[in-house]
Design a protein around this ligand. Structure first.
Ligand code: GDP
Ligand code: GDP
Length: 437
């Protein structure tokens, strides 16, 4: 299943970022807060019920293109091209204006499902305020107040109705094809070089499926009798040399390939250091819950000081990824690339682990004995037993009472305790707390 994309479009000040924040902050409780993690204000992974999707705020679309650099503009364009559903926000208080009309004309050409959303209906008569916008001929508008969440559930229902049904089919297909690997990272870090080197290894047999659909997103191969599938949403393998860096890089495609993978190899250009965009992208990789190798590429050209700098930057900028495997490589020369397969396997095994209820419950009891949850309102939070709730990432369901009062710090303590006892390296672990109502 490809991660569906919802794009927020509208002129400035209609409430796009307010809606974006509302939807991404009330996200599934599975995604905890981590120290050091700052969120990208334009891309957010939202999970409601079973279906995750990617929410993209395109920013204010205006006629004035000078204020926005070409890379950002290109990403807006890609977001519209790659969107499954477009939410077209207008301001119900201000009423319709010519910018709204211009945007509606543009959206009609896109030929995608567009949902007209009239925002800011708090404290005004929604019906009257909304009536005006029927002139845009964009179908029945959904009236919301992004500031307080009114109408948002109805909006999400409309969105779901436009999305394809979630299926397990792709997952099943992938399991059949062994370990699914995604190689992601910013432009020019060496993804294409690495992919071609991995597939070009002597022991690797690549199966080219004739006529395979969707731009050969899946590249199955075998190495030492083991099966793998490379997820190549960015066309890294057959990339024409001439494409512009800006053209070929799509944040959305990168995140979609992460979603399809079991193990992600995130490449950083070690000669440039860890950038803010790396930190943002890695934050979203973390949300997807995949096992993670951070490959410090172009290690070949680095001197002693640069290598030390990368280590320090990793501690300062990526403390939320302490679980990830860090691996210096040179995709160009091949050093460190051969052992990547062993690391991939180790992480895959950790991500797909089966954990018995009795062992998980025992570890939970030991953890609690070592460090009791704090008292809340004079009562101690009780954690009683645990069982497995999922794989890739491994999910531990912990039953107790007052578990909604558990602090993020205590949750991290438990996660680290489970990680150490179960020797789970390279994969995030999630805890879901359950208390009787
Ligand atoms: P954007 O430029 O489209 O991203 O718009 P913002 O999200 O920054 O919102 C613009 C202004 O509208 C801010 O002052 C918000 O507080 C306000 N706003 C957003 N949503 C609502 C709403 O539902 N009701 C009201 N009354 N104000 C809102
Ligand atoms: P992509 O945009 O992430 O797919 O990056 P490419 O694979 O196209 O590589 C970008 C540039 O970095 C090319 O000129 C590569 O030759 C160079 N490059 C890739 N890997 C390495 C490496 O390990 N060491 C050095 N020195 N250069 C590399």
């Amino acid at each position: 299943m490809t991660l569906p994309v919802i794009a927020l479009v509208g002129r400035p000040n209609v409430g796009k970022s307010t809606l974006f924040n509302y939807l991404t902050r009330t996200r599934d409780a599975l995604v905890a807060d981590y120290p050091g993690l700052t969120r990208d204000r334009k891309y957010g992974r939202v999970k409601r019920g079973e279906t995750p999707y990617l929410l993209v705020d395109t920013g204010g679309i205006t006629d004035d293109v000078d204020g926005i650099d070409s890379v950002a503009r290109r990403q807006v364009q890609l977001a519209l091209e790659e969107a499954d559903v477009v939410l077209f926000l207008v301001d119900a208080r201000e009423g319709m204006n010519s910018a709204d009309e211009a945007i509606s004309t543009m959206l009609r050409k896109l030929d995608k499902p567009v949902i007209l959303v009239t925002n800011k209906i708090d404290g005004i008569n929604a019906e009257i305020a909304t009536a005006d916008f029927h002139r845009l001929a964009m179908g029945n508008p959904v009236a919301i107040a992004a500031a307080n969440g009114r109408g948002v559930n109805e909006l999400l229902q409309r969105v779901s109705a436009e999305l394809p049904e979630a299926t397990e089919e792709t997952d099943a297909e992938l399991h059949d094809q062994g370990v699914a690997i995604a190689v992601v990272g910013r432009p020019n870090v060496g993804k294409s070089t690495l992919v071609n080197r991995l597939l070009g290894e002597e022991r690797v047999v690549v199966f080219d499926e004739p006529g395979s659909t969707r731009d050969s997103v899946y590249i199955p191969f075998e190495r030492n009798g083991k099966k793998y599938t490379l997820i190549d949403t960015a066309g890294m393998r057959r990339r024409a040399k001439v494409t512009l860096v800006v053209e070929k890089f799509s944040i959305i495609k990168a995140l979609q390939s992460v979603e399809k993978a079991n193990v992600v190899i995130y490449l950083i250009d070690a000669s440039e250091g860890i950038t803010d965009q790396d930190a943002h992208l890695l934050g979203m990789v973390l949300d997807a819950g995949r096992a993670l190798i951070i490959g410090f590429n172009k290690w070949d050209g680095l001197d002693f000081d640069q290598r030390a700098l990368i280590k320090r930057q990793t501690e300062v900028k990526l403390p939320f990824l302490d679980f990830a495997e860090k691996h210096p490589i040179s995709a160009l020369h091949g050093s460190g690339v051969g052992t990547l397969f062993d690391v991939v396997h180790k992480l895959y095994d950790a991500a797909m682990v089966d954990m018995s209820t009795s062992i998980l419950t025992q570890i939970l009891k030991d953890a609690v004995a070592g460090h009791q949850p704090p008292m809340v309102n004079g009562r101690r939070i009780k954690l009683k037993h645990a069982h497995q709730g999922g794989r890739n990432p491994p999910i531990v369901v912990v039953h107790g009472n007052q578990t909604d009062l558990i602090s993020a710090a205590y949750e991290r303590y438990l996660i680290n305790y489970f990680r150490t006892k179960l020797k789970l390296e390279g994969t995030p672990i999630r805890i879901v707390f359950k208390s009787p109502k």
